[in-house]
Design a protein around this ligand. Structure first.
Ligand code: AMP
Ligand code: GLY
Length: 433
């Protein structure tokens, strides 16, 4: 079986790494890939956003199966293009990907299907959005302001004051920081609680739930600074009991799958639910149409079974049953980012050294997944915000955490940063129970 993985981030490196372990995976290629992926698979410079070229490329290469990592190609309709070419694809079509590509669509979908989520309103007029924010704030209600479209995880503002909330409207709608993605904004009630990521593989009918993860979205330690795509993660999550997972399945995942079926959308791939536990009750903060990054770098290493048959069955609409995949051990990852990540400049082209040292520390108990990196005159250099994900795994979450932090501390590039407090809730929970 020849498999094509689409994407170039840490998540796709983890996917290639995991799929390559599958006995049924004969050959694996990646488009466009990155220098780390290049050590495991042949990489081809076809851009993930270019669906027509990618579909042609998949045909030329005679691939048997495609797994799509990022949301953008799915939102563009890559899966539809591949299906039309007769190539099975893991990842929903354009219609299903709207669950992520339009927050307004997703919120209306949740309302229609009685899926618990924060109260919301949406606007394409900045003055009306501001009036609404002023009224909410005057009534003592804090709000969150989000661009409607895709913004690589950076389009949500969680303001501490009314002024900051009004400013978010200006940034999104007047200054157009996110371009067309900010033509509409969603203003929603601010929820308070622990965040949680639950991801399920689905064929549109059945749900195979992956180990729960927790992701850290704020740029800086102490959950400070702007929102990012994710600064680190760990899996599984000790507060997720069997009972809570059953509740999430019945009140969130199952209604979502039924909702897709009602709209005649064949949703095949990953359904990602970003949740907030408010006094123990799960609410949806967002749905995504693919694996999380960096959640994938923590979740895939703790799945003991072969994922290729699961991906293929989901893509074919033939998952045999609902089930929950247990975590074999604990995994913990930290994301090493460039100085300006989450702010303005991302300071590319900084030489990266000592990955070998980190790899020696991790041995068989971890892996350095590459994100935005490239070769430049024979040297590995940074090529964007998130540069590397350092994952470690162990029977003990505490040891996995220490190992990942220690290994990451050896890797050097100018302006590098990683949050030293990833997993703080779980580590605290483990110590206090
Ligand atoms: P989103 O892009 O919708 O996933 O939002 C990014 C991040 O903003 C989430 O992971 C939360 O940390 C925060 N956030 C989003 N919506 C809310 C909300 N309604 N209440 C509190 N925090 C939120
Ligand atoms: N880490 C959050 C996401 O992938 O959207």
């Amino acid at each position: 079986m020849k498999v094509l993985v689409v994407g170039k981030g840490g998540r796709e490196h983890a996917l290639v790494w995991k799929l390559k372990q599958s006995p049924s995976c004969g050959e694996i290629i990646c488009a466009p890939g990155n220098p780390g992926i290049g050590k495991l698979a042949d990489c081809f410079p076809v851009l993930a956003a270019d669906k027509l070229h990618l579909a042609d490329f998949a045909k030329e290469q005679a691939v048997d199966f495609v797994a799509v990592g990022p949301e953008q190609p799915l939102a563009n309709g890559l899966a539809d293009e591949l299906q039309a070419a007769g190539i099975p694809c893991f990842g929903p079509g354009k219609a299903g990907a709207r669950i992520e590509s339009s927050k307004i669509w997703a919120k209306n979908f949740m309302a229609k299907n009685h899926i618990p989520t924060a109260r919301f309103a949406f606007f394409n007029d900045p003055d009306k959005a501001k009036d609404y924010i002023r009224k909410e704030w005057a009534a003592g209600q804090q709000v969150v302001v989000k661009a409607d479209g895709l913004c690589e995880g950076k389009g949500a503002y969680v303001p501490e004051s009314e002024e900051e909330a009004l400013r978010a409207v200006d940034i999104i709608m007047i200054e157009k920081k996110f371009g067309l993605a900010g033509e509409w904004v969603v203003v929603e009630e601010r929820l308070f609680g622990q965040e949680l990521t639950i991801q399920a593989i689905t064929d549109g009918q059945r749900l195979v739930i992956l180990p729960p993860a927790q992701d850290y979205k704020h740029r800086n330690a102490g959950d400070k600074g702007p929102m990012t795509g994710g600064m680190g993660a760990y899996a599984p999550v000790p507060i997720v009991t069997e009972q809570l997972l059953a509740e999430i399945k019945e009140t969130i995942l199952r209604p979502a799958i039924k909702g897709f079926a009602c709209e005649s959308i064949a949703y095949r791939g990953v359904l990602y639910a970003g949740l907030m536990l408010v006094e123990g009750k799960p609410y949806v903060i967002e749905f995504n149409c693919r694996l999380g990054d960096p959640e994938a770098q923590a979740v895939l290493p703790v799945i003991d079974e072969d994922i290729l048959p699961l991906f293929r069955a989901a893509a074919a609409g033939k998952l045999p049953e609902d089930r929950i995949i247990p975590a074999g051990q604990h995994a913990f990852c930290v994301v090493m980012v460039s100085l300006g990540y989450g702010f303005q400049e991302e300071h590319p082209n900084q030489e990266i050294t000592h990955i070998d040292w980190a790899t020696d520390i991790l041995r068989e108990e971890g892996f350095v997944f590459y994100c935005n990196t490239k070769w430049q005159k024979g040297k590995l250099v940074t090529n964007g915000g998130r540069v590397l994900t350092v994952t470690a795994w162990d029977k003990s979450l505490v040891r996995a955490g220490s190992l990942a932090n220690y290994a990451a501390s050896k890797i050097c590039f100018a302006g590098s940063y990683f949050r030293p407090d990833i997993g703080y809730q779980a580590l605290h929970y483990q110590r206090s129970t």
